[in-house]
Design a protein around this ligand. Structure first.
Ligand code: AMP
Length: 483
């Protein structure tokens, strides 16, 4: 029999979020991890992304943190900024009805605004090792109450040279804690880390029956460098994907391919490590929403990023590192969906192909380039699709937000507004109780408050004539995107 989230000891708030995220039954990794973490057991998880591992640690941690405590109780280390943003969002969604505050801290983003956020109530902090240490050194991150420590994508953090940073961070956290370590592979340094810092950890290895590599249809084409753009055009016409990532090995190639596609009228965008962090995050967000169909990218977009429904991955340049191939193609065929990955190989790149085939344990079949006739036949349908705007996808958290209305109140810390003042007034409205109040965020001169359970309109109406802390305040609907 399939297990059910209701079989675990989870509160109604967490079960409600899980239900609204459409998680019907726990994935394998969740079956192993959730009950163990709920019992406070240290755990090592050997599993790939795409297995539901974020929710595997997110669900029990969101369940266990104490809402009343103001200081962070869980610290999650991740290798990249993109992953920090994503894990923050996943945890926020899981903890939404428990009103948990989750902060993400990472480099190349203003330190002072993170410091300000960390001064407020924060239940969970997700961050990259370098920036976590910055905050520890400047004493802007208080780790004294951290009871749950998560080391996510440990092997990748090792590759990126973060191992000493991780040890420094662990040393800053109380020994009275539960430690979770997640890693796709277990190199010696990671095993040593586990031996040294974990207490009798439970080891779960999730061998996916149907790994990404098996699930994804893979093909390759032999092509001369100068003919790659034409082949790219022909393949996109024939495949006519709803969404597609095109990987290149260098920023320059990304720029060139992007320019070509743009000229040809594709709805497309580009992303690489040379771009500003804010632009990168915005582009990933827009791609997730489905605002454009084609994303041209370097490997910055290949790691850990969770985007549903990418129908086609094209390796415009064959990756020179074999692991990178698996990460790139793993962007398609997420969580048991089928996907397609196409790789261009020039005649000088046979050795990279061999290394990749060795890594995945099978040959990638060679395909003939599409015939001119086939391309012509499919062109009309293709042109039709690139002319129409893609349908905007709902983000995972959207169903959770539907019965929530966020209000803006024109008063904040400067006028000594406190959460109790807001809660007091809201609860004085007939039909409202503390259960209906979501996250309250008090800034200098304004306050944002979430009203749950479809009671937002009622509250908005009532607050037009009802004073808060002795005075009538200007209250209106806040911009939905602001958190
Ligand atoms: P991850 O391995 O954390 O990158 O998760 C991969 C994807 O699986 C994410 O899009 C999750 O939202 C989704 N997911 C996680 N748990 C479940 C579940 N129990 N059922 C369905 N989807 C899930």
């Amino acid at each position: 029999m399939k297990s059910n989230f209701k079989d675990y000891e989870l509160s109604s708030e967490i079960l409600k979020s899980v239900g609204m995220l459409n998680f019907e039954s726990p994935t394998k990794v969740q079956e192993g991890v959730i009950p163990a973490v709920l019992k406070g057991r240290d755990i090592i998880v050997k599993s790939q992304t795409g297995s539901g591992k974020t929710a595997a640690f997110g669900i029990p941690i969101c369940e266990l943190v104490d809402w009343e405590e103001n200081k962070p109780q869980a610290l999650v280390m991740v290798p990249t900024r993109e992953l920090a943003m994503q894990v923050k969002e996943d945890l926020f969604n899981i903890g939404r009805f428990k009103r948990l505050k989750v902060s993400a801290i990472f480099g190349k983003s203003p330190f002072h605004s993170q410091r300000k956020e960390l001064r407020e109530k924060t239940h969970i902090v997700v961050g990259t090792p370098g920036r976590i240490i910055d905050h520890m050194e400047k004493e802007t991150l208080d780790l004294s109450k951290v009871k749950y420590l998560v080391i996510d994508e440990a092997d990748e953090m090792l590759n990126m040279g973060f191992i000493e940073d991780i040890e420094t961070i662990i040393a800053g956290v109380s020994k009275e804690r539960t430690t979770l370590l997640l890693s796709a592979t277990m190199p010696d340094r990671i095993e040593n880390l586990a031996d040294e810092y974990m207490k009798d950890p439970l080891i779960t290895t999730i061998e996916e029956e149907n790994t990404a590599v098996d699930r994804i249809i893979q093909e390759r084409y032999v092509v001369a460098q100068r003919d790659k753009i034409k082949l790219l055009r022909d393949i996109t016409i024939v495949e006519n994907p709803d969404s597609c990532i095109i990987f290149c090995n260098t920023q320059q190639n990304v720029d060139e391919v992007y320019d070509e596609l743009y000229e040809m009228g594709y709805t497309c965008s580009e992303i690489h490590g040379g771009m500003e962090q804010d632009d990168r995050l915005r582009i990933m967000k827009d791609f997730k929403k489905g605002l454009f169909r084609y994303l041209v990218a370097t490997d910055v977009a290949a790691r850990g990023i969770d985007i549903d429904d990418i129908s086609l991955v094209i390796n415009f340049d064959i990756p020179k590192e074999r692991e990178s191939y698996v990460h790139r193609i793993g962007r398609t065929g997420r969580v048991s969906k089928e996907g397609r990955a196409v790789t261009f190989v020039t005649e000088y790149e046979g050795r990279f192909l061999q290394a990749i085939e060795k890594e995945i344990g099978k040959e990638i079949p060679l395909k003939e380039k599409p015939a001119g006739e086939t391309v012509e036949e499919r062109k009309e349908e293709f042109t039709e699709k690139i002319k129409t705007k893609p349908e905007v996808k709902e983000s995972k958290g959207d169903p959770l937000s539907k019965d929530i209305l966020k209000l803006h109140i024109n008063a904040g810390k400067k006028t000594k507004m406190r959460p109790v003042d807001i809660v007091g007034t809201l609860c004085s409205i007939e039909g409202m109780s503390a259960e209906d109040i979501g996250i309250i965020n008090i800034l200098d001169v304004s306050t944002f408050v979430e009203i749950l359970n479809n009671k937002g309109d009622l509250v908005l109406r009532e607050l037009q004539n009802r004073p808060i802390k002795g005075r009538l305040r200007k209250v209106n609907i806040a911009d939905r995107d602001r958190r």
